[in-house]
Design a binder for this molecule. Structure first.
Ligand code: C2E
Ligand code: CA
Ligand code: CA
Ligand code: CA
Length: 278
């Protein structure tokens, strides 16, 4: 089939062609878009399940293009991970987040940590410890305010690199969050090998536990294990009060999701910080 593929244009169906054009368009525009400040960083609050109070946020990138409009990261991040541009974009997101935290601190707003996403490509291509140290120095931030979210599946390809870099980052004082926990095949091994502080449960745990008994058992097991290991657990994708209540009753400490807030702009996030203060 592979050999025929390039010769036989019948395989080039319309949707495939569109995807290819879409990808080409993105690749042709990404550098310019970064220069033209079309990438915006949004912040999604994280809350304490017991008190409902905001305890921090996650930085999530959006592409706001004057031509194509508002683009969610699912449309371009996978492409950028393939063509390598993700590392340039992530460096921008990390710096923008640090600059923003400095601005908030300078305005006397409550000091809360913000987490940024670190793609596996970044861990292979960049000297992440050097870059994030430079940023926390430049913006005079305590390292504990910059949390780094590393997706569980990063570990799949080159575990030795991931283990090394994460242990360096951890020893430097950065807080590490293991993202999408429970989606990979090595979840439990990772817990014993990787220097992480926070487990970020994949959203299917928050969303399916009421309907799936086995999933529910796994969730209790993970929460139990995390407690024994002294790890903080945050549930992603919490959309309803019922989900929030159940997770809290099962012993989960933190949550993130539409039930509390969608990702919001810097100004909206500042307003939330201001309310915390008042
Ligand atoms: P993620 O890191 O797992 O981020 C969580 C995603 O879930 C975000 O999607 C967020 O908007 C969405 N979400 C939050 N609460 C809810 C909820 O209650 N229900 C549902 N259904 N979804 C919820 P988003 O912003 O579209 O980002 C998608 C993925 O793109 C992220 O998944 C992350 O892997 C990647 N990404 C986003 N920004 C960056 C970035 O700056 N750098 C890198 N490397 N990856 C990023
Ligand atoms: Ca994340
Ligand atoms: Ca996640
Ligand atoms: Ca993800």
């Amino acid at each position: 089939v592979k050999g025929n593929f390039t010769k036989n244009y019948a395989f080039y169906d319309e949707s495939f062609r569109k995807d290819k054009l879409f990808a080409q368009n993105i690749t042709a525009n990404m550098e310019r878009a970064l220069k033209d400040k079309e990438f915006k960083v949004y912040y999604q609050p994280k809350v304490d399940l017991k008190t409902g109070q905001m305890i921090g946020a996650e930085a999530l990138v959006r592409w706001v293009s004057p031509i194509d409009g508002f683009m969610p990261p699912g449309q371009f991040i996978p492409l950028f991970e393939k063509n390598g541009f993700i590392s340039e974009l992530d460096c921008f997101v990390w710096e923008e987040t640090c600059r923003f935290m400095r601005e908030c601190h300078d305005q006397g707003l409550p000091k809360l940590p913000i987490s940024v996403n670190v793609s596996r490509t970044d861990l292979y291509n960049l000297d992440v410890p050097k870059i994030v140290c430079h940023l926390t120095n430049k913006y005079q931030l305590d390292k504990k305010y910059l949390h780094l979210e590393i997706t569980e599946s990063a570990y799949n390809e080159h575990p030795e690199i991931i283990l090394k870099v994460t242990s360096v980052l951890h020893d430097l004082g950065f807080i590490l969050e293991l993202d999408d926990f429970g989606t990979g095949y090595s979840s439990l091994n990772l817990l014993s090998e990787m220097s992480i502080d926070i487990l970020k449960l994949d959203m299917r745990f928050a969303q399916n536990h009421t309907t799936n008994k086995r999933q529910n058992d796994i969730l209790s097991f993970i929460l139990d294990l995390a407690k024994r290991m002294g790890l903080v657990v945050i549930s992603e994708g919490v959309e309803t009060k019922e989900q929030a209540d159940t997770l809290r009753d099962m012993g989960c400490g933190l949550a993130q999701g539409y039930y509390y807030s969608k990702p919001i702009t810097q100004d909206e996030y500042k307003e939330m910080l201001m309310k915390l203060k008042g």
